[in-house]
Ligand binder design. Structure first.
Ligand SMILES: [Zn+2]
Length: 154
């Protein structure tokens, strides 16, 4: 406490009429300042940096929908395009489109995005989860294969 006004913040050590007093900022002007106390900010800073360290990041899982092959085929047919024509529009090989529609290959993320944009369909679903949840989901949901999941950090 300040020796002069009883304010709780005691920030200055002053000399006043021969005696040493610990006073607040306001009262410091009454005497000659000998020393200025630095505020106890350092401790606070330390605790905040420690708290920041274990930040858990959320992961976004992208998963190709199970019926991607029918979605592609239906959308293509609705647009009146042949596999060959769709391939040309997307700058892909015809065999790629054929394999996609016969479910023998899965689209890469890049290709899925192209197909989604062009055919106006949804091929990739995004799941947001915390790291712990992801492990749980992976082990309990046996229907998922490694190929189903494209895991990456946001
Ligand atoms: Zn004071």
């Amino acid at each position: 406490m300040c020796d002069m006004c009883s304010s709780p913040d005691k920030t200055h050590k002053i000399e006043l009429e021969g005696s040493i007093l610990n006073v607040c900022k306001n009262c410091a002007s009454y005497g000659k300042v000998i020393k200025t106390y630095s505020k106890p900010v350092k401790q606070k800073k330390k605790t905040t940096t420690e708290e920041k360290a274990p930040v858990k990041e959320t992961e976004t899982i992208q998963r190709t929908v199970k019926n991607y092959h029918t979605l592609i085929k239906n959308a293509r047919e609705q647009m009146g395009l042949k596999q060959e024509e769709l391939a040309k529009k997307l700058a892909e090989k015809e065999s790629i489109i054929h394999k996609l529609e016969s479910k023998s290959i899965r689209p890469s993320r890049e290709l899925a995005r192209k197909l989604e944009k062009f055919l106006k369909i949804k091929l990739v679903e995004e799941l947001e989860m915390k790291p712990g949840q992801f492990k749980k989901e992976k082990s309990t949901n046996k229907a998922l294969t490694i190929g189903d999941l494209i895991k990456f950090k946001k």
